[in-house]
Unconditional design. Structure first.
Length: 225
């Protein structure tokens, strides 16, 4: 092969390489442009999703705040209004419903307290409510109302700031049987409460109980939890 032929062959090869290189360069340029465009779209979608999340989180927090306020108002109302008023029964039922919904919506919160409560109905029925979530600041009367879906019959004595509980869960005081309130600690075990449910501020880890049974001649309960 002559030197001219060799040069011609090399020139053709070089041209082919240039064309191939240009083709690949064009391909990668197009691919890079498409990738950049897709990335821009994804970033825009991510920013939009983040904006929506922020808005939803704000609305959710506002909803929880409204629930908190409503629950607080209802619990304070139940604690002081006359139980014979129609609004008392309505408030009791609404507080129970709101509290149940709030717990399903609210994340685990350090502001919620937890305790254990026993109801002994005197007919062999015992109901334990263990690790029960309650709001800070509730007294035991409010917790009793909530745990029984508002079905607590009581008489309010404003001069003492106390409720006399006459019935729980459809079981009412009679001429011989009554509801008695108990508290528990690891040192003394169960002992009859010396104060009413309104005077007991619920705390985490506390254990309380209600029993329904007869009384002796001094009006002391003949049963224990």
């Amino acid at each position: 092969m002559t030197s001219g032929s060799t040069f011609y062959t090399l020139a053709i090869a070089a041209t082919a390489l240039i064309v191939i290189s240009a083709t690949f360069a064009g391909f990668y340029y197009v691919e890079n442009s498409n990738t950049a465009s897709n990335n821009s779209k994804l970033i825009a979608e991510l920013n939009g999703a983040n904006s929506n999340y922020t808005r939803l989180a704000s609305n959710f927090n506002l909803l929880l705040s409204n629930y908190n306020e409503s629950i607080s108002l209802l619990s304070r109302s139940i604690a002081v209004i006359n139980t014979s008023l129609p609004i008392y029964k309505q408030s009791s039922l609404e507080l129970t419903a709101l509290w149940q919904t709030y717990q399903s919506l609210s994340p685990v919160s350090s502001t919620l307290l937890r305790n254990n409560v026993l109801f002994d109905f005197g007919n062999g029925t015992h109901r334990w409510y263990n690790d029960t979530a309650i709001a800070a600041g509730w007294n035991f009367y409010i917790e009793t109302v909530v745990l029984n879906d508002g079905h607590v019959d009581a008489q309010w004595y404003p001069q003492y700031g106390e409720h006399l509980v006459n019935g729980i869960g459809g079981i009412s005081n009679s001429a011989t049987n009554y509801w008695y309130l108990w508290s528990y600690n690891t040192t003394a075990g169960w002992h009859s409460s010396q104060v009413g449910a309104d005077s007991i501020l619920v705390t985490t880890g506390s254990v309380y109980g209600w029993t329904y049974c007869a009384a002796d001649t001094n009006f002391n309960p003949v049963c224990r939890p």
